[in-house]
Design a protein around this ligand. Structure first.
Ligand SMILES: NC(=O)c1ccc[n+]([C@@H]2O[C@H](COP(=O)([O-])OP(=O)(O)OC[C@H]3O[C@@H](n4cnc5c(N)ncnc54)[C@H](O)[C@@H]3O)[C@@H](O)[C@H]2O)c1
Length: 255
């Protein structure tokens, strides 16, 4: 198993890519702290995964919440080797539709939340061997979308944040690699929200899904285990010479 001995903290671990990552991590021998706002879903997943998993409440926008959640995970498992920043939101809006309040909310969760995750992650992981931070950015942080003004800005920020933290860890001689993944459209609750919006605008479910699939060269949506598999690789010692990258997991979208 590729993650034997790893102990991971996963923000956004109750749903979608974060939940799929928790399942794959446990299957690969890791222990995981699932952290999210959705306590019922998070607790249910932790129960399903058994002794290797534990759920803790986290609001990624709050420094106090990060401190308490990371402390609880360290208390439970005796330390952390791995941090996955998957918590995020996506509220489609153009520059003419978006409010400053909406922009700030997306930046607070997606970018500041990942900044805090990296900050607490580096503090918790330095001194460990084979440590890794993996940030879930997006293809929309590399190729902008007109109706994703706040989301594209936040995820572009996550890409550069990732590189700056990777360079810092390397310069300090910490054994912490820091990478991002760039998922394309992955069929999770987030994309279900887009599908619902498409149906509300008059499309059929099939036509809306086909619309998302058609812009990806592999002509389908991604499945949550597919970005999770990339995160497993970046968390494992099999990627020991890889730091500061952003890995597309996007069915060829950025090719
Ligand atoms: N699904 C996609 O197509 C896609 C594509 C590219 C990137 N992403 C990114 O992947 C990550 C996971 O998204 P997903 O598709 O699994 O969506 P999801 O909605 O299934 O999961 C997101 C999780 O983040 C949690 N969250 C939101 N705000 C939070 C906060 N303030 N504090 C703590 N947790 C919070 C939610 O409760 C939820 O459990 C996000 O960062 C998203 O931007 C998703």
């Amino acid at each position: 198993m590729t993650l034997n001995g790893k102990i991971a903290f996963i923000s956004g671990g109750a749903s979608g890519i974060g939940a799929a990552t928790a399942r794959r991590f446990v299957a690969e021998g890791a222990r995981v702290a699932l952290a999210d706002l959705q306590d019922d879903k998070g607790n249910a997943l932790a129960r399903e995964l058994g002794d290797a998993a534990f759920y803790v409440h986290l609001n990624v926008t709050s420094e106090d919440s990060w401190r308490a959640a990371v402390d609880a995970a360290i208390k439970r498992f005796g330390g952390l080797t791995t941090l996955v920043n998957s918590a995020g939101i996506s509220v489609p809006a153009t520059i003419e539709q978006e409010s400053l309040e909406g922009f700030r909310r997306t930046i607070a969760i997606n970018l500041e939340g990942t900044f805090l995750g990296c900050k607490f992650g580096v503090a918790a992981l330095k001194g460990q061997k084979g440590a890794a931070i993996i940030n879930v950015a997006s293809t929309l942080g590399a190729k902008a979308g007109a109706i994703f003004v706040s989301y594209s800005a936040s995820k572009g920020g996550v890409r550069m944040l990732t590189r700056a933290v990777a360079l810092h860890c390397a310069e300090q001689g910490y054994d912490i690699r820091v990478n991002a993944i760039l998922p394309g459209a992955i069929h999770t609750e987030m994309v279900e929200g887009y599908i619902a919006a498409g149906i509300a605008a008059g499309g059929t479910r099939e036509a809306v899904i086909e619309g998302f699939a058609s812009v990806h060269p592999l002509k389908r949506l991604g499945r949550p285990h597919e970005p999770a598999d990339a995160i497993v690789f970046l968390a494992s010692d099999q990627s020991s010479y890889i730091t500061g990258i952003d890995l597309p997991v996007d069915g060829g979208y950025l090719a």
